[in-house]
Ligand binder design. Sequence first.
Ligand SMILES: *[C@@H]1O[C@H](CO)[C@@H](O)[C@H](O)[C@H]1NC(C)=O
Ligand SMILES: *[C@@H]1O[C@H](CO)[C@@H](O)[C@H](O)[C@H]1NC(C)=O
Ligand SMILES: *[C@@H]1O[C@H](CO)[C@@H](O)[C@H](O)[C@H]1NC(C)=O
Ligand SMILES: *[C@@H]1O[C@H](CO)[C@@H](O)[C@H](O)[C@H]1NC(C)=O
Ligand SMILES: *[C@@H]1O[C@H](CO)[C@@H](O)[C@H](O)[C@H]1NC(C)=O
Ligand SMILES: *[C@@H]1O[C@H](CO)[C@@H](O)[C@H](O)[C@H]1NC(C)=O
Ligand SMILES: *[C@@H]1O[C@H](CO)[C@@H](O)[C@H](O)[C@H]1NC(C)=O
Ligand SMILES: *[C@@H]1O[C@H](CO)[C@@H](O)[C@H](O)[C@H]1NC(C)=O
Ligand SMILES: *[C@@H]1O[C@H](CO)[C@@H](O)[C@H](O)[C@H]1NC(C)=O
Length: 412
Amino acid sequence: MKSVKAFVSCLLLVIAANSFPISSPQLKNIPLRHLSTGLGKRDIHGQTLYHEQPLAYLIDVGIGTPPQYFTLTVDTGSSDMWVPSTACSTYSECPGPKFDARKSSTFVNSSIPFNIVYAVGAEKGTYGFDRIQIGGYNITKQSFATADTARNNTEQPKPTPYTQGIVGFGPYDGSSMALISEQHGSKPFIYTLHQDGHIPNLCFGLHLGSIYNQNYSGLLTLGGANKSMFHGEMDFIKVAPYESLDGEKRYMSWNALINSFAVGDNTYKLDKDPTPFTLDTGASFSYLPDSIVKTMVTKLSAEAQLGNNSIWYLPCSLLNSTKTLDIHFTNSTKRPVSSKSTYSIPVSSLILPKYDDNITSCFFGIISAKSMDQYILGLTILRHMYLLFDLEEMSIGIAKPVLKDFQPYPLP
Ligand SMILES: *[C@@H]1O[C@H](CO)[C@@H](O)[C@H](O)[C@H]1NC(C)=O
Ligand SMILES: *[C@@H]1O[C@H](CO)[C@@H](O)[C@H](O)[C@H]1NC(C)=O
Ligand SMILES: *[C@@H]1O[C@H](CO)[C@@H](O)[C@H](O)[C@H]1NC(C)=O
Ligand SMILES: *[C@@H]1O[C@H](CO)[C@@H](O)[C@H](O)[C@H]1NC(C)=O
Ligand SMILES: *[C@@H]1O[C@H](CO)[C@@H](O)[C@H](O)[C@H]1NC(C)=O
Ligand SMILES: *[C@@H]1O[C@H](CO)[C@@H](O)[C@H](O)[C@H]1NC(C)=O
Ligand SMILES: *[C@@H]1O[C@H](CO)[C@@H](O)[C@H](O)[C@H]1NC(C)=O
Ligand SMILES: *[C@@H]1O[C@H](CO)[C@@H](O)[C@H](O)[C@H]1NC(C)=O
Ligand SMILES: *[C@@H]1O[C@H](CO)[C@@H](O)[C@H](O)[C@H]1NC(C)=O
């Protein structure tokens, strides 16, 4: 017998609601905290925080019985959850709260080693299972890792309010735990939430809120989209799977296929058309091919200058730019039968001011990717989208977010 399926899929729910009234299920909307370490007031060069980020969207999670609380980065770029364990005793590695497994009566140690390497940083430890409280939902058995060592995550660690671990919202095949264990609760938590019957559809909506609010500003909707958080129609883009040599397709991450980018009259074609880009809320910057970034900045301004860490400096007058960056998405790897859609974001919002020693300079929110597998649409782009991540259809819905501050970053 087939498992009980929701009456309509997530995707249909959004499309149908635009044309006729439909009773959508009551979903919990979880406010996300927004953390900025003071963008514009800090030396970005010195930052080697998670994915070099000066920004993050965070969620509060309770783990164990009684719950121990952590504030975790909401990361669509990975699929596992981890928190530091009491074994991580050095302040430089784990300055914040640590999970004490002995103090949880429900913790089960799976003894499966955890070893994850991010673009910046690497974590080692073991997997276990425990109760998880997340946004008012209780999950009785969820896998997560306890990290005993955490390398290169923060250069200047602070116990609060910085992120204390990661909760991955990536697809099942991207989770290292899911690949080793078939147990219930081994999949990323959103799957467990669905399996346990807490949410009707296997999807989640994400509104990244205002960059000006330091605390609760984003909104995560588990099991659906929140229609009051976006305007107009939602465009769906199929997620591009990885294809192994034997032809097997796996959805490892939220990869969307892109044909090209454009700014004004200038079109930037990708060497390989289309090319997958990961929609990654764990990355504060966006990463495009080096040749595109170089041409883009020099066309934007003759004064563009390459700084350290591949960051481009641009004149702050570009905060007044009326141009847009157009992203041309496609659905299909087979051309010309591809259906396309364009999403535009203001160039001005990609100009990030920074203030050092009483000097204000501005830099570009797009950085040259070090390699092809690191093409990323990060927060500098994603905060201009309302996103619906559908794990049943493996598609990503993109719509214009309701955003009060759809403006460039303010000068200090
Ligand atoms: C789980 O067990 C392993 C040994 O198998 C140990 O190294 C690790 O510290 C344990 N994890 C926790 C959180 O107690
Ligand atoms: C940490 O960063 C240093 C310097 O950037 C690098 O040499 C080292 O390999 C990194 N370690 C890990 C575990 O990523
Ligand atoms: C979740 O579990 C905690 C502690 O076990 C309990 O206090 C809380 O009421 C539960 N919440 C829900 C929504 O069931
Ligand atoms: C947000 O931050 C402000 C100032 O730090 C504080 O007064 C307010 O209570 C915070 N709001 C929430 C919901 O935490
Ligand atoms: C959308 O989010 C707002 C703010 O949390 C909430 O008041 C509203 O009920 C939500 N709407 C839906 C349809 O979930
Ligand atoms: C780049 O880094 C070098 C050495 O780390 C430093 O001396 C220099 O001032 C930096 N340049 C800028 C533009 O920050
Ligand atoms: C943007 O334009 C306004 C009006 O022309 C001007 O006052 C302001 O200085 C400009 N801002 C920047 C950053 O160039
Ligand atoms: C992708 O395909 C879906 C269904 O096949 C279609 O509804 C949608 O319009 C397409 N979107 C884009 C961006 O091509
Ligand atoms: C920055 O400006 C303030 C006040 O104008 C002054 O006290 C301070 O010394 C200046 N700092 C530098 C590094 O010039």
